[in-house]
Design a protein around this ligand. Structure first.
Ligand code: GLN
Length: 493
C-alpha cells in the first residue's frame, strides 16, 4: 500500500480493498518505526487519527465519501489544529493546544481526510534546513547526515520516507519548493491568495502561502482541490471560481503533447555568477529535464529577470519587518510559554521572549525592528518594497515572451547537517531561485528531475498568476514519461 499514490489509495479505499482505519494504522506503524531516527513529526496522536479514520469509514459506508475521505495526511505544525499541540517549531508555543482549526485544516476535515500528525519545521518557518526547530533537526531519508531542506523539512522527510502519502507545507521564500527538491518530491506554492492563511501561524503575511507536497503532480492537484478556495476570514484571500485541478491534467500522449509551449530560461538562472551559481551537477540534471520537455514539443526562449539578483536582499528586509510585527503577539500573557520567574510585567515579556524564541527568530526580529524604525524605514523598508515591485514587473515582461519559466529549484542538493548553520548568509542564499516568486506572488513548483551522487535535485516551474492548473499539467506530462518522482530512498520499506 505504501507504494500507492494518493489517487491510487483513494481508489483502493473506494473499492474497499482497505479501510481508512487499516491504512491509518499502517502509516502510524511506519511512523512509530522510523520517526525516532528521522524526527519528521513533532506530534503524533494515534487515538485522534484513528477516530478520524473511523469517522471516514463511516462516511463511506453511507455513500458520502469524496476523493480524500479516509486518506491520512501529515500537516505542517504551522497550521492551528483544534485539540492538537501546535508549536510552529518553537518553544514559545510548546504548550499551545489550539482551540480552533486553520482554514486548510477545516477543508481537509470536511473532505474526511485523516490527520496523521504535525510535522517538524524551522522555528516560525524561518530557515532552509529545518535546523532552527526547537524540536531538533530532521534527517533527510536520502542521506541521514543531510538536511531535508526547510522550512517544511518535516513534511518533506515524512513523505519521502513514506511515513505519509502526502503533506502540507507553507512557502514564504521557498519552503515548499526547496525541501521538495532536496527530498525528491513534487511541491506547489500557489498564487498568493489562492489558499487561505486563516489559522496558519503568520511569518511574513504578504509572502506566506500554503500548498501541497506529494510524490506527483497528480497528487498535488488532488490536495490543492481541497486546500484552495475563498475565505472571508483572510483579507487577502481571493474570490475566484472554483477549479478542478485534477480534471485539467492530461497524460503525455501522441507525438508532441506540449507542442507550442514556450519555456522561458532566465539568463540569471543559467549564468555563471558565483554568488547565485548553481552546482554544475544540478545544472546538468536541469538541462536534461529541459531536453525531455523539448522532446515533448516545448520550445525554449531566452529571457531575463534583471532584478532577480536583488530578491534575497529585498526579502531579508521585508520578511523580517513583517515577522517582527507578527511575532509581537507572543508575549507570555494569553497563551504560550511564560518565563517561570520575573519581577514586573516588562520583565515577564522580556524573559518569556528571551527564553521562548530561538536565535534565528531573534535575529529576524532585530533586523525587522531595525528596518522599520524611524530613520531607517525609508533607507531599507521602502527601498525593498520598490525592488519588490521591479521584480514583479520583470515577471510581467517575461510572461509576455513565454508560458512558463524553468530553472533549478535549489543551487545544490541536500547539504550536510551543520554545514551552513553557522553562516546565515550562506543559508539565505539557498533560496536564491525561489524567493523572487514569493515577492511577485506567483505560483511555483518543484518536481524531481534526477539524482547526483544519490541525492535528488528539483526542476522549478514558475507560472503566471493563477496558472496552477497549467503548471500541474506541465509537470504531470513530464511525470508520465519520466520516473524520477517514483524513486524512493533505501531503508524505509
Ligand atoms: N528560507 C527562507 C527563510 O528563511 C524561506 C522560508 C520560508 O519559505 N518559510 O526565510
Amino acid at each position: 500500500m505504501i507504494e500507492h499514490s494518493v489517487s491510487a489509495l483513494s481508489q483502493a479505499l473506494a473499492a474497499r480493498k482497505i479501510s481508512s482505519v487499516e491504512l491509518t494504522q499502517l502509516y502510524l506503524e511506519r511512523i512509530a518505526r522510523h520517526n525516532p531516527t528521522i524526527n519528521a513529526f513533532i506530534t503524533v496522536d494515534a487515538e485522534k487519527s484513528l477516530a478520524q479514520a473511523r469517522a471516514a469509514d463511516q462516511l463511506r459506508s453511507i455513500g458520502q465519501a469524496g476523493p480524500l475521505t479516509g486518506i491520512p495526511l501529515a500537516q505542517k505544525d504551522i497550521f492551528c489544529t483544534r485539540g492538537w499541540l501546535t508549536t510552529c517549531g518553537s518553544k514559545i508555543l510548546g504548550n499551545f493546544i489550539s482551540p480552533y482549526d486553520a482554514c486548510v485544516i477545516e477543508h481537509f476535515n470536511s473532505a474526511g481526510a485523516v490527520i496523521l500528525g504535525k510535522t517538524n519545521m524551522d522555528e516560525f518557518a524561518m530557515g532552509s534546513s529545518n535546523e532552527t526547530s526547537y524540536y531538533g533537526a530532521v534527517n533527510n531519508p536520502w542521506d541521514m547526515e543531510r538536511v531535508p531542506g526547510g522550512s517544511s523539512g518535516g513534511s518533506a522527510a515524512a513523505v519521502a520516507a513514506r511515513l505519509a502519502p502526502a503533506a502540507t507545507g507553507t512557502d514564504t521564500g521557498g519552503s515548499i519548493r526547496q525541501p521538495a527538491a532536496l527530498c525528491n518530491l513534487t511541491g506547489l506554492k500557489p498564487t498568493y491568495g489562492v489558499v487561505s492563511r486563516y489559522g496558519m501561524i503568520a511569518f511574513a503575511s504578504s509572502l506566506d502561502q500554503a500548498g501541497p507536497m506529494a510524490h506527483s503532480a497528480e497528487d498535488c492537484a488532488l490536495l490543492l482541490n481541497t486546500m484552495a478556495g475563498f475565505d472571508e476570514r483572510d483579507s487577502t484571500s481571493l474570490d475566484r471560481p472554483r477549479e478542478d485541478f485534477s480534471a485539467q491534467l492530461k497524460a503525455a500522449t501522441g507525438e508532441k503533447p506540449l507542442a507550442g509551449l514556450k519555456i522561458g530560461l532566465p539568463k540569471e538562472f543559467f549564468g555563471t555568477d558565483e554568488r547565485s551559481g548553481c552546482s554544475p551537477e544540478v545544472m546538468q540534471l536541469v538541462e536534461a529535464a529541459l531536453a525531455e520537455y523539448r522532446k515533448l514539443g516545448a520550445e525554449s526562449v531566452d529571457i531575463s529577470l534583471p532584478n532577480m539578483k536583488l530578491s534575497v536582499p529585498a526579502y531579508y528586509v521585508i520578511a523580517p519587518a513583517e515577522a517582527s510585527s507578527n511575532l509581537s503577539r507572543f508575549d507570555g500573557v494569553r497563551y504560550g510559554y511564560r518565563a517561570p520567574e520575573y519581577g514586573d510585567l516588562n520583565e515577564m515579556y522580556a524573559r518569556s521572549r528571551a527564553q521562548g524564541f530561538g536565535a534565528e527568530v531573534k535575529r529576524r526580529i532585530l533586523i525587522g525592528t531595525y528596518v522599520l524604525s524611524h530613520g531607517y524605514y525609508d533607507a531599507y523598508y521602502l527601498q525593498a518594497q520598490r525592488i519588490r515591485r521591479l521584480i514583479a514587473n520583470d515577471f510581467v515582461a517575461a510572461f509576455s515572451q513565454c508560458d512558463v519559466i524553468m530553472g533549478p529549484t535549489s543551487p545544490s542538493t541536500a547539504f550536510k547537517l551543520g554545514e551552513k548553520a553557522a553562516d546565515p548568509v550562506q543559508m539565505y542564499l539557498s533560496d536564491i531561485y525561489t524567493i523572487a516568486v514569493n515577492l511577485a506572488g506567483l505560483p511555483g513548483m518543484s518536481i524531481p528531475c534526477g539524482f547526483c551522487k544519490g541525492l535528488p535535485a528539483g526542476l522549478q516551474l514558475i507560472g503566471d498568476y493563477f496558472s496552477e492548473a497549467r503548471l500541474l499539467d506541465i509537470a504531470h506530462r513530464y511525470q508520465t514519461v519520466t520516473g524520477w518522482h517514483l524513486q524512493h530512498p533505501a531503508g524505509f520499506d
